[in-house]
Write a protein that binds this ligand. Structure first.
Ligand code: ATP
Ligand code: MG
Ligand code: MG
Ligand code: MG
Length: 434
């Protein structure tokens, strides 16, 4: 098998499954969730210090897919991508009044003894950016700025791998409107956009009434994945379908219909959070616009967070078994893996170049498979061993090239892991199936 052909070959991928067989560097007590263990064992991430992780190539592939989904949906609602700095002047947080509630803040001083913090979220920064523009006309609004950047929070208990990091990747959007009515419309549109993103990811989610906490504002929604290890709790009323974070609703009775007996409380992972903020930050940080009457007025704001690194781990957490990692098709690092026969085997001699031919056909002929096909060219390992590895990493389709590939019309052992199907298919049948 050629190694420098520009193909995705497993033997060349940094820390593939063969290298990482144990949860390296981690004591047992540090592994607190299934997704964390599987992602460490199977070479998706590595821990640097508690709550901070290296994304390895397979993890990056997944993350990039998620970013593409987010970017394409943000574009549909006219989100403009920006990048704010992570190192923030503490005085911004003093101005907004959030510095007092600073238990999760990483704070530091520069060489001139000036106070800075590593931003855990960017409402102040976004507002101050607008105020720097001076008073620009109402005609330039609404404005929707978003970024995908690292956030820092000195979490009390960093755990569950990527799900509760101290450094993590967030997609955050900040909206600015000239009046409450238009700001509410924006809020609804962004919520719909979030619905689309979560639907595209393909893991079942719940949208619930959320808590505004220290963020402020008077309306918020949270997006959750139900999972046993989730640190949030969701109240579901089977009588009226009311859904809320229990922090908001207490739990003895449904705040909407008063029902007391048909209430369900489930553990969940918060994967996204939207806030209608009003003028909480724009007022103190002077994010103004110039009205039709040429008067400076305060902008109405919304803030919308989505934990991208958490989302990847949470998806794996929800879908995997204890032994085998499973991905939503949308986020799997690769969707299909081809296993050529072991080096020196009879099958190898009889099926020369068939794997490469199939690889090229899949990549070239099937929409969406470009860069999504992996060749497991660790040819010193048996097919059986590589099949188990592929199943553990959770590639949706596994194509085994065994002796049937030497038939006059070559047949491939085609495995659909999701539906637990095994078939022998010709190249054409295989392309059609996928
Ligand atoms: P949590 O309740 O889990 O502490 P949060 O309510 O503090 O989260 P937000 O401030 O609403 O989080 O941030 C927006 C999103 O960022 C969250 O919905 C979540 O997806 C993600 N997020 C928050 N904290 C972390 C973290 N420590 N590690 C990874 N992702 C996080
Ligand atoms: Mg938090
Ligand atoms: Mg929360
Ligand atoms: Mg939240």
């Amino acid at each position: 098998m050629s190694v420098n052909s520009g193909r995705h070959c497993l033997s060349k991928i940094f820390q593939p499954v063969t290298i990482v067989s144990k949860t390296a560097n981690l004591g047992r007590q540090d592994v607190t969730s299934k997704s964390q263990r599987l992602m460490l064992e199977l070479g998706i991430i590595q821990q640097a210090v508690p709550g901070c992780f290296h994304f390895l190539p397979l993890g990056m592939k997944s993350l990039e897919k998620l970013i593409r989904i987010v970017d394409s949906e943000m574009l549909k609602i006219e989100g403009q991508k920006v990048m704010f700095p992570g190192l923030i002047d503490s005085k911004l947080w003093k101005t907004s009044g959030r510095l007092e509630d600073s238990s999760e803040l990483f704070q530091l001083k520069d060489r001139h003894n000036h106070d800075y913090l590593l931003s855990p979220t960017h409402e102040e920064v976004a507002s101050e950016l607008i105020s720097r523009l001076g008073h620009i006309s109402y005609k330039h609004y609404p404005l929707r700025l978003y970024q995908i950047t690292v956030k820092y929070r000195d979490e009390l208990k960093p755990r569950f791998g990527l799900m509760r990091g101290r450094e993590f990747l967030m997609k955050d959007m900040y909206s600015f409107d000239t009046d409450v009515h238009s700001a509410r419309k924006t809020y609804e549109e962004v919520c719909q956009c979030y619905d689309s993103i979560f639907k595209k990811i393909g893991v079942g989610f719940l949208k619930v009434l959320g808590t505004s906490g220290t963020m402020g504002g008077n309306l918020s929604h949270e997006y959750h994945y139900l999972a046993h290890v989730g640190e949030d709790r969701i109240l579901l009323c089977q009588n009226c379908n009311y859904l809320a974070n229990v922090q908001l609703s207490g739990s003895c009775k449904c705040p909407k219909c008063g029902e007391q007996t048909k209430l369900d409380i489930k553990n969940s992972i918060e994967v996204g959070h939207t806030f209608f903020l009003g003028v909480k930050y724009s007022k103190s940080l002077k994010a103004h616009f110039l009205s039709k009457n040429a008067k400076p007025e305060v902008l109405q704001m919304g803030s919308y967070g989505m934990g991208l690194s958490r989302l990847i781990a949470a998806s794996v957490e929800v879908l995997s078994t204890e032994q085998e990692m499973r991905w939503p098709d949308s986020l799997a690092p690769y969707n299909i893996v081809i296993l050529p026969p072991k080096a020196g085997s009879k099958e190898e001699a009889k099926t020369k170049n068939i794997a490469e031919k199939l690889y090229v056909a899949l990549e070239g002929q099937i929409e969406g498979l470009k860069d999504n096909v992996l060749l497991d060219d660790r040819l010193s390992l048996t097919l059986g061993r590589r099949f188990l590895d592929a199943k553990r990493v959770g590639y949706r389709y596994i194509v085994v090239i065994n002796k049937r590939a030497a038939d006059v019309v070559p047949l491939f052992e085609f495995n659909d892991i999701k539906t637990n199907t095994r078939l022998y298919l010709s190249e054409n049948e295989l392309l059609t199936y996928i």
